[in-house]
Design a binder for this molecule. Structure first.
Ligand code: ADP
Ligand code: ADP
Length: 227
């Protein structure tokens, strides 16, 4: 589902590459953690998969497509294949919960009657039934992250990227969000989650990829946060 072959990413301003010669493959339906200290290249890797950045060298493939060769006008299609959630939720503050989720469908031109049925279904799925008309600032952090996951998942992406999704949440709420990401994974979506949350990684015992200063230093089948 995801393949990087000898990928190097050098930013115009950086002295050393943000990623150096990274090679990895993630299969359909896997749940993978991406760990490593701050500045090790985790976000850069995720941005390459969304074509928010381009690799300086090497090949980046998502769902069998070389993302470097996707024409700019087709990038929105890639972003439909790859949903993403972030530490800071990134909800639209002037739209309701339902509006935030509906927006993701509106922008890809789904008809209103589809939006009307699908939005309540996905909100039910993430445990937010009854909160459709709330605004983001009326929700707890955990609820806001549920909205973000609903929005990312509503188009049934094949891949979900999560950049430190529990970073702003207390441990109990973080665990709930993890359960939700596991549900998303069970539904067949490949999940790649960048995190510093050692407790969650250790509890889950999933595949762990570790970056250090842009180099892939570990790929363990049932890994913990530390080697
Ligand atoms: P992480 O997500 O693991 O904290 P990042 O991918 O954000 O790591 O950063 C990897 C390296 O690339 C760091 O040295 C960081 O300073 C650098 N970097 C990240 N984004 C940019 C950018 N837009 N321009 C220049 N350097 C960047
Ligand atoms: P506004 O755009 O005025 O902030 P909303 O955010 O409530 O209004 O709604 C924006 C979008 O969300 C519209 O496309 C609407 O069809 C959709 N929507 C609103 N409420 C629901 C709901 N309960 N179920 C499904 N879709 C909804």
């Amino acid at each position: 589902m995801i393949r990087l072959a000898s990928v190097t990413k050098r930013y115009a301003t950086g002295s050393r590459p943000a990623l150096s010669d990274v090679t990895l493959e993630i299969g359909v339906g896997e749940f993978v953690f991406l760990v490593g200290p701050s500045g090790s290249g985790k976000s850069t890797l995720l941005r390459l998969l969304l074509r928010e950045e381009r690799a300086t060298a090497g090949l980046v493939e998502v769902a069998g497509r070389d993302v470097a060769r996707i024409p700019d006008r087709r990038v929105p299609q890639l972003r439909r294949t790859v949903g993403c959630v972030f530490q800071d939720f990134r909800l639209l503050p002037d739209r309701t919960v339902a509006g935030n989720v509906a927006f993701a469908l509106d922008v890809v031109g789904r008809p209103r009657h589809v939006v009307r049925t699908v939005v309540p279904e996905v909100l039910e799925l993430v445990g937010l039934a009854g909160k459709e008309k709330r605004f983001p600032d009326e929700l707890s952090g955990g609820e806001q992250q549920r909205v973000a996951i609903a929005r990312a998942f509503v188009g049934r992406p094949r891949v979900l990227l999560a950049d430190e999704p529990t970073g702003n949440l207390d441990p109990a709420t973080g665990s709930e969000i993890m359960e939700l990401l596991e549900d998303v994974n069970q539904a067949g979506t490949t999940v790649l989650m960048a995190t510093h949350n050692a407790g969650l990684v250790d509890a889950m015992r999933r595949r762990v990829l570790e970056l250090d200063a842009g180099t892939l230093v570990r790929d363990e089948r049932r890994g913990g946060y530390d080697a």
